[in-house]
Design a protein around this ligand. Structure first.
Ligand SMILES: Nc1ncnc2c1ncn2[C@@H]1O[C@H](COP(=O)(O)OP(=O)(O)OP(=O)(O)O)[C@@H](O)[C@H]1O
Ligand SMILES: [Mg+2]
Length: 255
């Protein structure tokens, strides 16, 4: 039994069908990448798994239990944490206040809060130094660290990460991936969406490539890294180019 099993998932936004019979799995202890061109359905997949979207068809099973249709807040309690695209921090709250919010499903256990805060801060010495700093004044990389740290405060078994690299310099992205490696080595499974294809393949065990809401390629990340042309052929125009892909997206999203 896999930790997470997604079978034949269909998700629509009104008349737009975003996922068409998508299937994937994540084993306990695994770090898995979800790759694909803009609009392929990566964010939609994570949102369906974390309960932010109700699928129209298919099943999602977590630790052997059907969870499709469960609301997001219940799934956090079951061990699924989601770092959404764009982080979604509380900008006027401090680092520690943001982290406390990440612990809300276990808020009755004060001892656990202290232990968890300490454990999470061990991965992020930069945040430990900035506990009382307001989130909005953190650098982009520090904000993304805070996003990951907040997700980890619920002690997830599965961490879903949507575009860790968004708007960040390659060196910062590398540091964030190294932190994720550490989190994974401590036993948290990770399913991550990433535009930095080479970086994602270097840091994951397996990968799926999505196109038009379906899985078009899957395999060991090492094999895909050895076949960059094959992967790029599924990523559409400019797919896999780095660092242009995140750059382009950041510009497209700038207000
Ligand atoms: N709220 C929405 N309403 C209507 N259509 C949507 C909505 N969100 C996403 N879609 C559509 O669903 C499809 C998949 O979108 P999704 O955001 O999952 O793609 P993605 O792979 O995450 O892309 P990106 O790399 O640009 O983040 C796209 O065609 C998109 O236009
Ligand atoms: Mg997306």
């Amino acid at each position: 039994m896999s930790l997470l099993d997604v079978e034949d998932l269909d998700v629509s936004y009104g008349a737009v069908q975003a996922l068409r019979g998508l299937s994937l799995s994540v084993e306990a202890g695994e770090m898995v990448a979800l790759l694909g061109a803009n609009g392929a359905g990566k964010t939609t997949t994570l949102r369906a798994i974390s309960g932010l979207l109700a699928p129209r068809g298919g099943t999602i099973t977590f630790e052997g239990e059907r969870i499709d249709g469960n609301p997001a807040y219940q799934l956090v309690g079951k061990g699924i944490a989601h770092l959404p695209e764009g982080r979604d921090l509380f900008p006027s709250l401090t680092v520690e206040e943001n982290l406390r919010y990440g612990h809300w499903t276990r808020r009755r256990d004060r001892g656990d809060y202290k232990r968890q805060l300490d454990k999470v801060m061990d991965h992020f010495p930069r945040l430990r130094e900035r506990r009382t700093q307001v989130a909005r004044t953190l650098s982009g990389g520090e904000q993304q660290m805070l996003g990951v740290a907040r997700a980890l405060m619920s002690s997830p078994k599965l961490l879903l990460v949507d575009e860790l690299s968004l708007g960040l310099a390659p060196m910062i992205v590398r540091q964030l991936f190294e932190i994720l490696d550490g989190v994974n080595q401590e036993g948290t499974s990770v399913l991550l969406v990433e535009q930095f294809v080479h970086m994602a393949l270097a840091h994951t065990h397996r990968a799926y490539v999505l196109a038009k809401g379906q899985v078009v390629l899957e395999g060991a990340s090492r094999d895909m890294a050895d076949n960059p042309d094959l992967v790029a052929s599924y990523l559409g125009e400019g797919g896999g180019a780095e660092p242009e892909a995140p750059e382009r997206k950041r510009r497209a999203r700038a207000r």
